[in-house]
Ligand binder design. Sequence first.
Ligand SMILES: Cc1cc2nc3c(=O)[nH]c(=O)nc-3n(C[C@H](O)[C@H](O)[C@H](O)COP(=O)(O)OP(=O)(O)OC[C@H]3O[C@@H](n4cnc5c(N)ncnc54)[C@H](O)[C@@H]3O)c2cc1C
Length: 329
Amino acid sequence: MPRVVVCTWGLDRGALPPGVEEALTLGRGLAEALGAELVLLALGDLPADAQALAARHGARAVERAADPRLAAGEPDALVEALAQCCRASAPRALLFAQTFDARLVAPRLAGRLGAPIVMNVADASLENGRLVVTALAYGGDTRAVYEVAGEGMAILGVSTTAVRAQSAASATTPPLTEVAVQLDAVPERVRIVARAEAKGPRLEDAGIIVSGGRGLGAREHYALIEQLAEALGGLAGASRPIVDDGWVDASRQVGLTGHITRPSLYVAVGISGASQHMAGCSAAKTLVAINSDADAAIFKHARFGIVGDCKQILPELIRAARERRSGGG
Ligand SMILES: Cc1cc2nc3c(=O)[nH]c(=O)nc-3n(C[C@H](O)[C@H](O)[C@H](O)COP(=O)(O)OP(=O)(O)OC[C@H]3O[C@@H](n4cnc5c(N)ncnc54)[C@H](O)[C@@H]3O)c2cc1C
């Protein structure tokens, strides 16, 4: 039976990293179209709930290669281990959640195996026996459709922006199989000195987010964003330019190259509404925009809008939110 394999490595707070469920969702649709079995392949550590998660997404098997170098996320070891796994089991498609780490590994694997690769994948289907893949292009502004030549393995980097995780209607717990890989002869050319450690609550999990952008005008005004977020019981986010300018830490960035969020309430302050930012917040239930330009694109997405200078509006909103919190309004 042909196989569609979703592969993952590295744990996030003891769980499989974000994006795996989106990759499994896309993989499941593709496996159904191909008449293939869906497999979750974990390189390195496997959390206790991995089989249950795989079951929820209709995977028929969970496989694990347990070498410690894989758990450490060493790119050369990961590429080699995946190449060995692919040579041994010849999947029809190998899917990654397109994380920063996957960007380092997937294209090199494709080069090593001479396999076609499509990144930023939003959809994959079978049309007249051909694998047809839709991918985001130009930072998400448009989509490109590729027809993958041949019957061999294709590698797909799944955009977690474009695919929404959906679990399968019925599922049984898939068996776990250990897979042997031989990595002794693989020299590691890139040494990971330190990994950024995510602490505290995550933007992805937040119910309320207040984000600031370049319209704040100066680094010190970001304190207003933090104060409003706190008064509303939410988290503070940011657009990319103010991260690039060093006003706030990169862990605050919302958007295509930042965090993909799905809060109940998203307040965008001094943010123009570029598609790359919207990719990270358009799934919000209610979006409120504060912008001095009445024609700003953000208002097309907003349910409520305030036109004006955010430096004047924010102190009023903070006061009102604090009063409400303390039961005064
Ligand atoms: C490949 C790629 C990936 C990207 N990834 C991301 C990403 O992940 N996240 C992201 O955010 N961007 C991303 N970008 C950048 C994106 O294209 C935009 O440039 C960025 O989102 C704009 O940020 P901004 O809205 O803060 O700034 P601007 O576009 O400069 O907008 C500032 C807004 O503030 C308003 N304003 C000005 N003064 C005031 C005031 N006093 N009060 C109220 N409003 C005011 C202005 O009217 C304007 O609408 C990416 C771009 C590329 C090419």
